[in-house]
Design a protein around this ligand. Structure first.
Ligand SMILES: Nc1ncnc2c1ncn2[C@@H]1O[C@H](COP(=O)(O)OP(=O)(O)O)[C@@H](O)[C@H]1O
Ligand SMILES: [Mg+2]
Length: 261
């Protein structure tokens, strides 16, 4: 059984390039405090993955790492345990979390947030939405399906080369439609940044702040999510009619009024 600190960026994965090693070491120190290392090794012992390979993305709130499990890859999302983690969170999402989890301290909230992301990914998959399969979570660490290939993780839709924007629109209608109609959830932070583009199809990610379709903010949030895609698609020459987009994804099935009428 590997020691906790050997699970993260194991020696064989470290590149000779010393500069890279130093910067990875810095990352390692920032993300992998003692309790996070223990959480990571707990998940390794549970068989969810063998080792963390390298960071795919790191931000203020957390990072996503590629990991290996046998012949396959996994994506491991780690939330930083700090009160800064929730600074960017919309108040409605934090309220929802407090209501669901009854915890008050930051650590507890972050663990509940991680669990929430795992649960929502599960609900999306059950409804047939293209989103990463959740494999499990422990404390601030979530293990999910890796979207990408051996060459690297899939790009965000924002950064992807989109050969056929009309096809992307149809795909978005179908995926967001399933999310709204079948999973009865509204993402609330959906945009070309929280959508990956893999094998010419969209994959919805970063779902922890999603709200139930009967949430009073649901309609407003869905409208806002759709605007992000409409703007993006129109820049690619694909004009989108907002009302049509909204109806096509089942926006009419959301109970709350659009603008507090
Ligand atoms: N399952 C995944 N497979 C491959 N890459 C992923 C996966 N999940 C996230 N990523 C990458 O990590 C980035 C950050 O993930 P995200 O869930 O949006 O977290 P946050 O925005 O909170 O940092 C994404 O933009 C994407 O590049
Ligand atoms: Mg994101």
């Amino acid at each position: 059984m590997p020691r906790p600190e050997e699970v993260v960026f194991p020696r064989r994965e470290r590149v000779e390039d010393r500069r890279k090693e130093v910067s990875q070491r810095k990352l390692l120190d920032e993300f992998f405090d003692h309790s996070t290392l223990l959480a990571v090794s707990r998940l390794v012992n549970r068989g969810l993955f063998d080792a963390i390979d390298y960071p795919i993305s790191t931000g203020k709130e957390g990072g996503v790492f590629r990991a290996t499990k046998g012949e396959e890859f996994r994506a491991v999302k780690i939330y930083r345990i700090s009160n800064a983690t929730f600074r960017h969170l919309p108040p409605y999402a934090l309220e929802e979390l407090r209501r669901e989890s009854s915890v008050r301290n930051y650590g507890g909230l972050i663990f509940a947030w991680t669990r929430r992301e795992n649960t929502i990914l599960g609900r999306l998959r059950d409804a047939g939405v293209r989103a990463p399969v959740p494999y499990g979570h422990y404390r601030n660490v979530l293990v999910m399906e890796y979207i990408g290939s051996e060459e690297g993780a899939a790009p965000r839709l924002r950064d992807a080369l989109v050969p056929d924007p009309g096809k992307v629109y149809d795909d978005l209608v179908s995926q967001i439609g399933r999310m709204v109609r079948d999973a009865r959830l509204v993402h609330g932070d959906l945009s070309p940044y929280n959508t990956l583009f893999f094998e010419d199809r969209v994959v919805l990610i970063d779902v922890a702040q999603s709200v139930s379709a009967d949430h009073p903010e649901a309609r407003r949030l869905l409208e806002r999510d759709l605007v992000h895609f409409s703007k993006f698609l129109s820049r690619l020459g694909q004009e989108v009619l907002p009302g049509e987009f909204f109806r096509a994804v089942g926006g009419d099935t959301l109970a709350a009024p659009a603008r507090g009428e």
